[in-house]
Design a binder for this molecule. Structure first.
Ligand code: ASP
Length: 334
């Protein structure tokens, strides 16, 4: 019989309220197999396998990479149509994007979660799992890339981000919109993500720092990150990808040490682009050797740099992966 494997990693979907706070429940992951609607699916076996039972802020690059390799193995089984991953919402966008970049199979993989814990009034976990299984079973899901399905919406892993601390309608793809919806028992796709890419690697670089600049930043954090052994840095700048002037000096210094610096933006829509030539502007940083990330969201760029640096540590080769859209601009280092 064909099957859908649900790989559980933990998160609120596997948590309960105890003494006024929400904590992991040791049997939480396995409760997923008791969702009644799953046993009503015709000719499909649902198999629940526990990968971990951790809050998603505990996720590490190592865990994510292990999960990717585990899913690839699971998908090798011809009987497996696809995989649903349950996860905490906090870092779901990171894990799902790493899977999207690195999984070898094109079989559907859908990540889901819950904003309300087990037993909480109006808990969203069971419905989200059911909708995710329906999404895996949709004939249109093959080749769609890794998707995130919550609150009846289906999003592309590359585009999705958590936007609300508490609301069940937390996941959104700013500037893109959902790929589709789940309505009753129907899965309806509106579009395919055209920005999706695969970077198949044998390993990843785990030591990537994500640093957010701020007004008055003197660039110390950037230099400290290198001293702490970070091998690549994502620098979240302002607007088009601009930073204060002293940070520009640090960027230059760090790059001279051979550490790639990828500029993102605290704006989550639009492109980072070399528009401003003043000291610290995106065009100036690029001349100093910084890489501009075409996707503005810092945590997404961090995942991508982890993967790209599993392939190459050469700054100009790394640039190729991040600046596909701005290649026509000459570099003029120095
Ligand atoms: N803190 C939880 C986690 O990410 C939140 C959730 O799952 O919604 O594990």
């Amino acid at each position: 019989m064909k099957k859908v494997v649900i790989l559980t990693t933990g998160g609120t979907i596997a948590m309960v309220k105890k003494d006024e706070s929400v904590v992991p429940y040791e049997k939480g992951n396995m409760l997923i197999s008791e969702i009644p609607e799953l046993s009503k699916l015709k000719d499909i076996k649902i198999e629940v396998r526990e990968f971990s039972n951790i809050p998603s802020p505990y996720m590490t690059p190592k865990n994510m990479w292990e999960l990717s390799k585990t899913i690839d193995k699971v998908l090798e089984d011809e009987e497996v149509l696809g995989v649903v991953v349950t996860h905490g919402t906090d870092t779901l966008e990171e894990t799902s994007y790493l899977l999207d970049l690195t999984l070898r199979s094109e079989k559907p993989v859908v990540c889901t979660a819950a904003m309300r814990n087990i037993g909480e009034l109006g808990t969203d976990g069971p419905r989200n799992v059911y909708s995710s299984v329906l999404t895996v079973l949709s004939p249109q899901s093959y080749g769609m890339g890794v998707m995130v399905c919550l609150n009846d919406e289906i999003h592309a892993a590359r585009e999705v981000t958590k936007t609300y601390t508490s609301n069940v309608a937390t996941f959104d793809s700013p500037g893109y919109g959902p790929l589709g919806i789940v309505d009753e028992d129907s899965v309806i796709f509106f579009r395919k993500s055209l920005t999706r890419e695969k970077i198949l690697v044998e390993k990843i670089e785990e030591k990537i720092a994500l640093i957010k600049t701020f007004t008055g930043d003197d660039g110390s954090f950037l230099k400290i990150a290198v001293k702490l052994g970070y091998k690549g840095i994502i620098l979240e700048g302002f607007g088009r990808g601009n930073v204060p002037p002293l940070v520009a000096d640090s960027v230059e210094e760090v790059i001279k040490m051979g550490v790639p610096v990828v500029i993102t933006s605290r704006c989550f829509k639009g492109r980072v682009y070399p528009v401003y030539g003043y000291k610290g502007g995106g065009a100036d940083l690029r001349k100093k050797g910084a890489i501009l990330s075409e996707h503005p969201i810092g945590q997404k760029a961090k995942i991508k740099l982890m993967v790209v640096m599993g392939k190459t540590t050469k700054i100009e080769e790394i640039r190729e992966y991040f600046e596909r859209d701005i290649k026509r601009r000459p570099l003029e280092h120095g």
